[in-house]
Design a protein around this ligand. Structure first.
Ligand SMILES: Cc1cc2nc3c(=O)[nH]c(=O)nc-3n(C[C@H](O)[C@H](O)[C@H](O)COP(=O)(O)O)c2cc1C
Length: 180
């Protein structure tokens, strides 16, 4: 299975990227190829600018994925602008009937609002977004002075496992259907 994780924070060393690494660790199996696109490391120009090699590469990787996991920080109770811009470069080509899972990280309390909005965008792209999602907050992990994150309990890891289980189950069905 070809799995893509898009981490939608504009900041290096982000909590969204920490969760992306946890997700990767949980689904990394010999039969899975897992790639993380941390958007802060990618130069995706604002939509409307001429396309670039990097944009085309981003589109290709997303198109080839059997399932996509998308993470965002909570910015003003919504998802990040860098993520919206990246998604605006994509289309049905990348998402039609594709299983998608969503997660977010908040600075205050755990909050589902950013993902409620991202879910609408996914509907617009005809993705098959699974109901189980992960809404973490800074009360779920700590970051030390070296910038390393650590979980404060196993609760979120278990929630991530549940979400990935649903995603892989659905992706197994859609992948076999697409390959008929
Ligand atoms: C512009 C901006 C807006 C934010 N708005 C919220 C908010 O509405 N609610 C909240 O809980 N945290 C808010 N935060 C805090 C971030 O959600 C929090 O720091 C998050 O964990 C950052 O994730 P990252 O490390 O992946 O960038 C905001 C941060 C920024 C920079």
């Amino acid at each position: 299975m070809n799995l893509l994780i898009i981490s939608g924070s504009p900041f290096p060393g982000s909590s969204a990227a920490f969760l992306a690494e946890e997700i990767k660790a949980q689904i990394e199996q010999p039969e899975n190829h897992v790639e993380i696109i941390d958007l802060c490391e990618w130069d995706i120009p604002l939509l409307g600018s001429p396309s670039t090699e990097e944009v085309e590469k981003f589109k290709d990787i997303a198109r080839e994925a059997d399932a996509i996991i998308i993470g965002t920080p909570n910015f003003h109770t919504s998802f990040s602008g860098i993520l919206k811009n990246a998604l605006d470069h994509l289309s049905f080509d990348q998402f039609e009937d594709k299983p998608v899972a969503l997660y977010c990280t908040s600075g205050g309390m755990r909050n589902t609002d950013p993902l409620a909005q991202l879910r609408i965008v996914m509907r617009g792209l005809h993705a098959l977004t699974i109901p189980t999602q992960v809404c973490a907050s800074s009360t779920d992990y700590e970051k030390n002075e070296e910038g390393e994150y650590a979980w404060l309990s196993d609760e979120m890891k278990q929630r991530i496992a549940r979400m990935l289980d649903s995603l892989i189950t659905l992706a197994t069905v859609t992948k076999s259907k697409h390959h008929i």
